[in-house]
Design a protein around this ligand. Structure first.
Ligand code: NI
Length: 139
């Protein structure tokens, strides 16, 4: 970071104290770095409000592979969206359950729609999307 701008903020004492304690507990070397992370998090969240924004995400799913036709449905849906799916990691967790991490990239609305669809399949026990960014607007 060669191009920095100094800003100052004013906080209620209790809030500043709680923030400092949080930074220390998390291991931040200084509060500026923690504030930068908070700002980046807010910007990524805003990015997702624009349906046409180019975003990145990972979807983590746990599902029972014994569920009738689930494997076929998951595979078919992923093939239908090969433009959005960058990579898939599959782990056979135990006798019944599989873990799948799907890395997605594309327009926010399309990534959201595909994530919503995948999680509704019968046999999917858990699905969580990590909403990320391609990083181009974060400096
Ligand atoms: Ni498996």
């Amino acid at each position: 970071m060669s191009d920095l701008e100094r800003i100052s903020i004013t906080l209620p004492k209790d809030l500043a104290k709680a923030f400092s304690a949080s930074c220390e507990q998390k291991g931040y070397s200084n509060r500026s770095e923690a504030i930068r992370d908070l700002i980046r998090g807010a910007l990524v969240k805003e990015e997702w409000q624009d349906p046409a924004a180019q975003v990145a995400a990972s979807l983590t799913m746990i599902y029972d592979h014994h569920t009738r036709q689930l494997n076929e449905k998951l595979t078919e849906l992923q093939h239908d969206h090969e433009d959005l799916i960058v990579s898939t990691l599959h782990v056979h967790l135990n006798h019944d359950n599989c873990l799948e991490v799907i890395v997605l990239r594309g327009e926010a609305q399309k990534v959201q729609d595909l994530s919503d669809k995948l999680r509704t399949f019968k046999g999917v026990k858990y699905a969580q999307v990590c909403f990320a960014t391609d990083g181009s607007d974060l400096g």
